[in-house]
Design a protein around this ligand. Structure first.
Ligand SMILES: [Zn+2]
Length: 428
C-alpha cells in the first residue's frame, strides 16, 4: 500500500526532465572520412568522440558533444592505429630501442606484437609504454617454445642469459618429458600474452602443448612449420596465427627436422592453387587461423636470398589466395624498423601486400582488424567503433585509393592521447 502511494505521488509530481547536455568529451575529431578497419568503404562527414582512452561514440558531424579538444578533420581520413603483428624488440640498448618505438608510433603504428626474445626486456618496454614513460605503441609479447636442437642458436642463448639455455620461463625447451603444466604456467607468469612455437617440435609434442595451452587459456602462435610438425599439425593443435607465408610450402613435403632450411622449400613442387594448398587454406579459414605473411622481408629484406625469384611469386600467390578464400590476414614485418629508414617497415609490408595482388583496403584491414583478430585483441583494438581504444591515425589522402597514403599522416592518437601532429605545410 505504502509502495503504491509513493509511486502515485511520484507519478503526480512527474514532469519532463530538463534536457541534459551531453557530457563533455575529452576530444572530438570533427568531420572526417571514416575508414573503420573492417573493410567497409570510407564514410564521409563523421565525428569521433573520445573519452579517456576510448572511443565513446561515432556520430554524424554536427551531432558531437562539446569537447576539451576539437580536431578539425575536414579533408582528412581516419583509420585505426596500425598494428604490426610480428616484431622483435629485445637485444638493443634501451635508448636506441625507445627512440625507435617513438619513431614507430609517430609513423602510425599504435600496437606491436613481439614474437619472442628476452621477455625481461620486452616487459620493461611494455610497462613504460603503458604508463606513458616512453612514446611507444602498445606492446604485447610471446614466450617461445622449441625443441632441444634450437637451443644452440646464439639468439636464444643471448635472450636467456642467466638461465641454462632452454630453462628460461620465456624461452623453454620442450620434449616428450617436459612438465607442460608448469612450463605453460611459467610462460604466463613471465607476462607473455601468447606462446610462440618455433622449431624442432613434432606433431605429438605440438598437440600436447595445444591441449595444455587451451586449458590454461593462453594463445598459441607459431612459425608456419615447426619441423617436423607441418602447418596442418599446428592448426590441429589449436595454433591461432601462422607466421611467414613461404613456410606453408612444407605442407606439401615429407616431414623434415631440418629447420634451418625453413625458407628453402619445394616451391616448384607445391602449386599455390593445387589441392594441398587449397585444403590447407580452407582449414585455416574454417578454424579461424590467421596468416602473418611477412612478405617484404623475403622479397626485399634481410631474408632475401638466391631463392627469392621462385619464392616471391609463390608466397604472393598463396597470400592472395588466402585473402580470396577468407583467411584472416595479420600483417607483420619481422623487422619493425630498419636503421636508415624513418618509417616503420609496416608501410613497406602493406605495399608488398598490394604488389602481391591485395587491394589497398584489404592490406589496410590486415594491419588493423585482421592483425587484431590474429592476436586475439580485436575486442579492444583494430577498429574504429564505440568502446574500442582511441588509437586513431588521420591522413590527408585516402589509403584505400593508394596504400602509400598510409604514410601521409597528419595526426596520431594513441589511447586517447595526441602523440603526434605533423607540421602542416601550406596551412590548413
Ligand atoms: Zn620473427
Amino acid at each position: 500500500m505504502r509502495v503504491a502511494l509513493t509511486l502515485s505521488l511520484l507519478a503526480l509530481g512527474a514532469v519532463q526532465p530538463p534536457p541534459v547536455a551531453a557530457p563533455r568529451a575529452a576530444m572530438v575529431i570533427r568531420g572526417v572520412s571514416l575508414i573503420d578497419g573492417t573493410g567497409t568503404p570510407a564514410r564521409p562527414g563523421i565525428s569521433i568522440v573520445v573519452r579517456e582512452s576510448r572511443i565513446a561514440a561515432i556520430v554524424a558531424a554536427g551531432a558531437e558533444p562539446p569537447a576539451d579538444l576539437v580536431v578539425n578533420g575536414e579533408g582528412l581520413f581516419a583509420i585505426p592505429g596500425l598494428i604490426d603483428a610480428h616484431v622483435h624488440l629485445s637485444g638493443m640498448p634501451w635508448a636506441q630501442r625507445t627512440e625507435q618505438l617513438a619513431r614507430v608510433v609517430r609513423g602510425g603504428v599504435t600496437t606491436v606484437f613481439d614474437m619472442a626474445g628476452d621477455v625481461r626486456d620486452t616487459s620493461h618496454l611494455s610497462r613504460a609504454a603503458l604508463t606513458g614513460e616512453i612514446d611507444s605503441p602498445a606492446i604485447e609479447y610471446a614466450s617461445l617454445m622449441a625443441g632441444p636442437a634450437f637451443f644452440t642458436d646464439p639468439r636464444v642463448i643471448a635472450s636467456s642469459r642467466g638461465y641454462r639455455p632452454g630453462e628460461a620461463p620465456w624461452n623453454r625447451e620442450v620434449t616428450a618429458d617436459t612438465d607442460l603444466v608448469r612450463a605453460i604456467a611459467e610462460a604466463k607468469g613471465a607476462g607473455a600474452h601468447a606462446i610462440k612455437l618455433y622449431a624442432a617440435l613434432d606433431a605429438a609434442t605440438v598437440a600436447r602443448v595445444g591441449t595444455e595451452a587451451a586449458r590454461q587459456n593462453i594463445r598459441l602462435v607459431a612459425h608456419a612449420t615447426t619441423f617436423p610438425a607441418k602447418p596442418s599439425d599446428l592448426i590441429a593443435a589449436g595454433v591461432k596465427l601462422l607466421a611467414h607465408t613461404p613456410y606453408l610450402v612444407w605442407e606439401g613435403s615429407a616431414p623434415s627436422d631440418d629447420f634451418p632450411k625453413r625458407a628453402r622449400g619445394d616451391f616448384a613442387g607445391v602449386p599455390p592453387d593445387g589441392e594441398v594448398m587449397t585444403r590447407l587454406l580452407q582449414s585455416m579459414k574454417d578454424r579461424g587461423v590467421a596468416l602473418n605473411p611477412t612478405l617484404w622481408i623475403f622479397a626485399e629484406g634481410p631474408a632475401k636470398d638466391d631463392l627469392a625469384p621462385v619464392r616471391t611469386p609463390w608466397m604472393n600467390a598463396v597470400t592472395r589466395r588466402a585473402q580470396a578464400m577468407g583467411v584472416i590476414l595479420s600483417a607483420g614485418t619481422d623487422s619493425m624498423i630498419q636503421g636508415g629508414d624513418a618509417w616503420p617497415m609496416l608501410h613497406r609490408e602493406l605495399e608488398a601486400e598490394v604488389a602481391a595482388g591485395l587491394t589497398p583496403m584489404e592490406a589496410l584491414v590486415s594491419a588493423t582488424s585482421g592483425a587484431a583478430r590474429g592476436l586475439g585483441i580485436d575486442g579492444s583494438r583494430g577498429t574504429l567503433a564505440a568502446g574500442q581504444a582511441a588509437d586513431i591515425v588521420l591522413t590527408d589522402a585516402d589509403p584505400a585509393a593508394d596504400i602509400r597514403n598510409t604514410r601521409r599522416i597528419r595526426v596520431v592518437i594513441k589511447d586517447g592521447r595526441l602523440v603526434h601532429q605533423a607540421q602542416i605545410a601550406g596551412g590548413r
